[in-house]
Design a protein around this ligand. Structure first.
Ligand SMILES: *[C@@H]1O[C@H](CO)[C@@H](O)[C@H](O)[C@H]1NC(C)=O
Length: 242
């Protein structure tokens, strides 16, 4: 019961009891004063109602305190959820990138344009720059340097094909090289007046950052034109965490 309720109770009581007191002889008093017994009764009711209200207020204060604790917990939980969401978003980005990195394949030929020409002989081993890019998914092959750089650890397959125009003086010989070490070599030498070709290929485990390229041996020579007889190709077979 609120304060307004008490007021109503008080007013209605004083209205009801006004002028209805019995005097000592049991007669109705003509006085307009409130009877003392009635006032006492109203005060008793009020004090009972007040203490009931106090109990109620205590309960509400307790509940309020608990609600505040609950809200703090929920705010903490919310903060943790936000952190978790950020982590998941990061992870998702990484997985998407990783997936893109797993698509690696290139196929190239020596000459981009121009007439037929010899490559070599040079005085030192020389990296061949395959300028005609047919495929370069993942952009791991650099057509400016001729170097393929492994974007992820994995097993890759490489293939090289060379063509020789007979002149009688020079062998054709190239190697697939990993970080300065020759892995496999293709060689061709025609002793009669005809043309020749040779190939070789390799499957090799590479670390991310390892480089693979084709080297033309010193004092050797190959021939190419825009028919693209000389090619260098590579593919990622599978990534490896082992
Ligand atoms: C291969 O060479 C690249 C570039 O120099 C280097 O980053 C990489 O660590 C080398 N790999 C090995 C296995 O030596």
């Amino acid at each position: 019961m609120g304060t307004a309720g008490f007021l109503v109770l008080l007013l209605s009581s004083s209205f009801l009891f006004e002028g209805n007191c019995l005097d000592d002889s049991g007669q109705k008093s003509e006085s307009s004063e409130l009877c003392p017994s009635d006032i006492e009764s109203v005060l008793r009711q009020m004090s009972a109602a007040l203490s009931a209200q106090q109990v109620e207020i205590n309960h509400l204060q307790e509940e309020n305190k608990e609600n505040k604790v609950e809200i703090r917990h929920l705010q903490e939980e919310n903060k943790e959820n936000k952190v978790e969401i950020r982590h998941l978003q990061e992870e998702n980005k990484h997985l998407l990138l990783e997936n893109q990195v797993r698509q690696v394949a290139f196929s190239t030929a020596l000459m981009e344009s121009g007439g037929g020409q010899f490559f070599g002989p040079y005085s030192t081993d020389t990296t061949l720059v395959y300028k005609h890019v047919i495929t370069n998914t993942g952009n791991a092959y650099n057509p400016l340097t001729g170097i393929f750089t492994a974007p992820v650890r994995g097993v890759y397959h490489f293939h090289v094909h060379i063509f020789e125009l007979f002149t009688g003086s020079y062998f054709a010989r190239v190697s697939l090289v990993k970080n300065g070490s020759k892995m496999v070599t293709a060689q061709e030498h025609q002793s009669t007046r005809s043309n020749g070709a040779a190939s070789n290929s390799v499957s090799v485990l590479l670390e991310a950052g390892d480089e693979v390229y084709v080297v033309l041996w010193s004092s050797h020579r190959i021939f190419d034109d825009t028919n693209h007889y000389n090619t260098f190709s590579g593919h990622l077979l599978f990534t490896s965490d082992l």
